[in-house]
Design a protein around this ligand. Structure first.
Ligand SMILES: [Zn+2]
Ligand SMILES: [Zn+2]
Length: 343
């Protein structure tokens, strides 16, 4: 059967089309995608005309599936293994990796040149993954075995929103037990920040969102409050002027503001420097929560299996790949936590 993929072929032009998927090269893995979450970053790629990816782009970056073939030298997975695909990996060779800081690696490996349109044009997979497809090819570092018992529809979430949200709390911010936390923007990533804060033992978890439905549902994931108030850690999961300025206003003395949300190009915010100084506040940027797929996915999957992380309730809908446009629209409208496409 022909392979299919959701392709951004020109600015604003997205379609489901036949694609060709080559055999994996050395150090690469071919994965049959069984579930892929629809994340705001895919919308961002569309809105920003590829967001730095060369067109045409194969969308999707939050996937899980089964290994179908491996290239020479691949040792950590074998055909038949169920895996989660991770976009944030480490090269093992750059300055950051050499000094033992793989979480800061800026040169993650890719598997270029394996995916094409029918006319032969090379597809750039979003964040080196390209999971809105029946099959994709990724570097070995991007696949992590999924434990039995965790359905692919839930497992795929570990690849982006769970890793980003939970690790922003545990790794980027290092929230301490008893801390007061506020989360601005309670979509899928925000709910994972809420869950991470619960795991970290936060005493107060404020769920803030302009959409009342999102505030209410956050209470089911561990939020304790839906009103603004002072916090030791404020997570801006939206990344707009209004939310960042709100975050600055909520930070307590010695507080930390963590910027997670992807801002549109050119977005600015005003920072009152005396207030920032007076409060000894610090501003951190979370790049996917500084996670590394290999190091963090196994622990996140274990927490999902033993119920510390609630993933089932995050999957609002499943839909076929062909329903990608509806899924993006539902996400923009805030009607779903996550739609998971099932290719
Ligand atoms: Zn590196
Ligand atoms: Zn994502």
């Amino acid at each position: 059967m022909a392979d299919l993929g959701v392709v951004l072929s020109a600015p604003g032009v997205v379609s489901l089309e036949e694609i060709t998927v080559d055999e994996p090269g050395p150090g690469e893995v071919l994965v049959r995608i069984e579930a892929t979450g629809v994340c705001h970053s895919d919308q961002h790629v569309i809105d920003e005309d590829g967001w730095g990816h060369r067109l045409p782009v194969l969308l999707g970056h939050e996937g899980a599936g089964t290994v179908e073939a491996i290239g020479a030298g691949v040792a950590s997975v074998a055909p038949g293994d169920r895996v989660v695909i991770g976009w944030k990996t480490a090269c093992g060779a750059c300055g950051a990796c050499a000094r033992g800081a793989p979480r800061q690696c800026r040169t993650p490996p890719a598997a270029p040149g394996r995916l094409h349109r029918r006319d032969g044009a090379e597809l750039t997979p979003v964040l080196r993954t390209g999971t809105f497809a029946t099959r994709t090819v990724v570097p070995e570092a991007a696949v992590v075995r999924l434990p039995g018992g965790l359905p692919a529809e839930q497992g795929c979430l570990i690849g982006c929103c769970v890793a980003t949200g939970v690790m922003s709390v545990l790794e980027t911010a290092r929230v301490w037990e008893g801390a007061r936390v506020a989360v601005i923007g309670c979509g899928a990533v925000g709910l994972c920040v809420v869950q991470g804060a619960r795991i970290a033992g936060a005493s107060v978890i404020r769920a803030l969102d302009v959409d009342e439905r999102k505030r209410e549902q956050a209470l089911r994931f561990g939020a304790t409050d839906t009103e603004p108030g002072a916090a030791d850690f404020v997570f801006d999961v939206v990344g707009r002027r209004a939310t960042f300025e709100q975050a600055l206003g909520l930070a307590a003395t010695g507080g930390t503001i963590v910027l997670i949300g992807l801002s549109p190009a050119g977005e600015t915010a005003t920072v009152e420097l005396p207030a920032l100084f007076g409060r000894r506040a610090r501003i951190l940027v979370s790049h996917g929560g500084e996670h590394v797929a290999r190091d963090d996915f196994p622990r996140l999957a274990r927490w999902a299996l033993d119920g510390q992380l609630e993933l089932g309730a995050m999957v609002t809908r499943t839909a076929p790949l062909a329903a990608y446009a509806d899924a993006l629209e539902a996400m923009r409208g805030g009607d779903v936590i996550r739609t998971v496409l099932v290719p």
